[in-house]
Design a protein around this ligand. Sequence first.
Ligand code: 13P
Length: 278
Amino acid sequence: MSLTTMDVLLRMAEKENRAVGAFSVGNMEMVMGAVRAAEETCTPIILQIAEKRLAASPLRLMGPMMVSAAQNASVPVAVHLDHGLTLDCVREALAYGFTSVMLDASLLPFEENIAMTRQVKALAAPCRATVEAELGVVGGNEGDTAEHKILCTDPALAERFVAETGVDALAVAIGNAHGNYPVLPDLRFDILEQISRRVSVPLVLHGGTGMTDDMFRKAILLGIRKINIATASFDALAKRAKAYADRTDSPDYFALSAEMAAGVYENVKRHIAVFSGR
Ligand code: 13P
């Protein structure tokens, strides 16, 4: 049984100066591709799904599958609710056995973000689940067309936020955004460094798709311990499916399923190598 809490994985990564990849999934092929990459490279990962994705991939189906995949993996795997929007969804994820939850209250005023995060901590505590929160505003918008304007995390507020919430991991905004970047982001490593000096919990980088390997390495050096990758996996799956459809006159479901899993597998494996310093 390799279902693990996210906190354990992030603390292990801290000792080894690396980051853990948190890979978003939306169907069985994505789960299988990600877990295969983790097992083949003998590297722990986090499987995650965002609340906004649940319209296409219901939690009652995805949740038990993700937990089961983690339980049966040959490497430690944490199962995480990404960008929870409601306490109900947090409760549901915990009931399915998720070992980590995030409620994204980053668009609320500072004090309300603190109050919401405290409520999540109280829900997660009996399950011994890890809690991630976000401070500042990451650009783009997970699974939506509306874009959020980036607002970098204030290092002094980050210190207060962690002290007042007891949160286990903090997602920072340093110029990063969800989705494909139109141009390479100009990440504020100076701000990341200041946050790292003030905050002792592991830091999380959202919007990993499209960042360069050098950006990942520098972020890890400055204290990032969890890196989220979503769009790159969805795109890799879609590209492999399209290539398969383009080259066959008699499409076969089972071949298509294997192609989709392989696309995700390759993307996850590539990121695992960078995040592990290989
Ligand atoms: P990308 O879609 O940019 O990889 O972002 C993933 C993410 O941060 C999920 O929370």
